[in-house]
Design a binder for this molecule. Structure first.
Ligand code: COA
Length: 166
């Protein structure tokens, strides 16, 4: 089960209900820092997947970043409990986040991740749009998805929320 990002009772409550329930507990501090940053956090843009017995099996967060000075969105972190990987939980959480992102005005979602995984959601190398990472990374791993393809695409270098420490 995926909790829709727009459902207030089910928004990513994992940082509040116990960090041990996160798929990757070491991400708890990052999630907390993102939630605490009003420039980065956007209510309704992050979600969790939950098994029928109530275990949070995956989470996916989207927060605000910038491309040079233009607001955009960043998909990170995404994780699935190891025992639940390859069962669709990660994809379900990511697809729910991206559906929510399409209801927001920012025209681009950026992700740094596995080149074999994210293209299934429509991501392609960000460099083809003139969007670049603020660090060295292979082109194939730094990806962008246009959520409003009819809008102008910002170009430049991505600035992540400070919580990422980049
Ligand atoms: C990457 C991750 C979030 C995927 O979540 P998941 O719930 O296992 O993925 P799903 O079940 O929705 O999708 C499974 C598909 O993704 C593919 N996949 C999973 N992990 C992958 C990886 N690291 N690289 C490439 N493909 C991967 C599987 O091969 C499978 O492909 P198929 O549908 O063609 O069989 C999860 O494996 C994870 O938490 N990994 C560790 C943390 C991490 O790497 N986070 C992402 C940072 S970029």
């Amino acid at each position: 089960m995926v909790h829709p990002p727009g459902n207030p009772g089910r928004r990513p409550r994992h940082p509040r209900t116990g960090h041990r329930r996160l798929p990757h507990p070491d991400e708890a501090a990052l999630v907390d820092a993102l939630r605490a940053d009003p420039r980065a956090w956007i209510d309704g843009l992050s979600t969790v997947a939950e098994s029928p017995d109530g275990v949070i099996t995956a989470h996916a967060l989207i927060t605000r970043c910038h491309i040079d000075d233009t607001p955009a969105l960043a998909l990170a972190p995404c994780a699935t409990l190891p025992a639940h990987q390859r069962a669709g939980a990660g994809s379900a959480a990511i697809r729910a986040c991206l559906a929510a992102a399409r209801t927001h005005p920012e025209p681009v979602v950026i992700v740094l991740g596995h080149p074999d995984y994210y293209p299934r959601f429509g991501f392609t190398p960000a460099s083809t749009f003139g969007i670049h990472a603020p660090f060295d990374v292979p082109d194939a791993a730094f990806l962008a998805l246009l959520t409003h393809p009819d809008h102008p695409i910002p170009t430049g270098t991505v600035r992540y929320p400070s919580a990422f420490g980049i």
